[in-house]
Design a protein around this ligand. Structure first.
Ligand SMILES: [Zn+2]
Length: 68
């Protein structure tokens, strides 16, 4: 991906990080357990995107006055 620092890029990066995490935790499972549907494969990716989205919502609600 080409990263330019936009929030879309951050979201894509979070998605790909989730994909990498999912791959990492699945790698030692028996072969039969490493075949899964696309919806399962996207679970960790969507989770990563959701974390970014919730953080952005929180930041937008506190108008820069939030801590942490
Ligand atoms: Zn994906």
């Amino acid at each position: 991906m080409t990263y330019s620092g936009s929030m879309t890029d951050v979201s894509i990066l979070a998605h790909e990080l989730g994909q990498g995490f999912h791959h990492c935790v699945m790698r030692d499972l028996p072969d039969a357990q490493r075949h899964y549907g696309r919806s399962v494969a996207e679970t960790a990716s969507i989770f990563g995107e959701t974390v970014v989205r919730l953080r952005n919502i929180r930041l937008s609600e506190c108008h820069g006055h939030c801590v942490g």
